[in-house]
Design a protein around this ligand. Sequence first.
Ligand code: NIG
Ligand code: FE
Length: 407
Amino acid sequence: MSELLLTGISQVVTSFGQGPKRGAAMGQLQVVPEAAVAVDAGGISWIGPEREWRGSAKSVIDLGGRAVVPGLVDPHTHAVWAGDRLADFEARSNGATYEEILAAGGGIWHTIRETAEKSSEEMAALALPRIEALQRSGATTIEVKSGYGYTLEAELRMLEAVRLLQEQTRSRLVPTLLIHICPEELGERQIYREMICNKLIPEVARRGLASSVDIFVEHHAWSAEDARIVLACAQAAGLSIKMHTEQFQRVGGLELGVEIGALSVDHLEVCSPEQCGLVARSKTIATILPGVSLHLGLTAAPGRALIDAGAAVAIGTDLNPGSSPLFSTAVAMGLAVRLNGLTAPEALTACTVNAAAALGLSNVGRLEVGMQADLLVLESSDWRDLPYTLGQNMVREVWVAGRKQAA
Ligand code: NIG
Ligand code: FE
């Protein structure tokens, strides 16, 4: 006898088969009409047309003819920060650019000044409502980066804050150590880099505070040469690699990421057609962040060209105060259709199974026997209302490991 049976589902919609989906396979969804899902021990024990269910269940919940999709995976957020970036917003609306503000010691530097002095408890308290907003928007797995600490102690506090948050929410939180920005002056930069390699990364690995290391490769941040050294330390410590790259300039980040087997290369606003091919021929996931294009007015990453070249594309909110104050993973999905040229089925794949792969996870992101019972009950009988609707939450219920979350 199963613990729970969900019935009255107009359609269950999910990607096929294991592993990330590349190219044309991203658009192929499995749609089971008039479906039922059985849940045992937090996982899916049966799924199929309701009329084919032959078992029995202790508890049966009728979902009233609504569509069900996998819980979304948000593979790129900076949900822990203090202060705000309202002055940047105003300056940019008056013509200043994000890069100019950063180069002048504002932007990310400003958020570091606001965040680094906070305790991990204070950081977690600031981040919890943001995590809850992402969860209400459909995210059941959420990556959270450090990167506003800068010093050894403050970076560790940021990751400790994520650990506290893991106890305060039932969303699955995946912490990433982000090596964000660095001193301009070469000597100081080398000293800082050595601290990262000799102290920060080993300590994070020893304490299991993050599963990946991310680095921002950009004209006003790290060079590809520095990134190669830092990421080699990360890999030597047994951590996976993610990268912020090709956001404003092409300085070799994408090529490095593909070469060293990064889990994902993220941003890609200035990714060239040749680079689309390079990612497509690799195992690395291409994570696009449409909230950044919208908020900063950047050319959107070439999502269509990446998929046409055969790449596996994921979508994230990049929730952060400076470049993407976007508190909805579902809206990120809808924006990728409008701004990056994805079809709705491709966007669902990008927000589920491919986003899970961008975090190295294979037990979430699809609805199939043996997977975690992380699923969304939508307001609509047609799943396409999820990427279609803007400004109204089409997620009615969020289930994590077979348990319905409080709204
Ligand atoms: O993903 N580009 C670098 N990092 C973040 C923005 C952080 C910030 O502006 O505070 C990003 O866009
Ligand atoms: Fe980011």
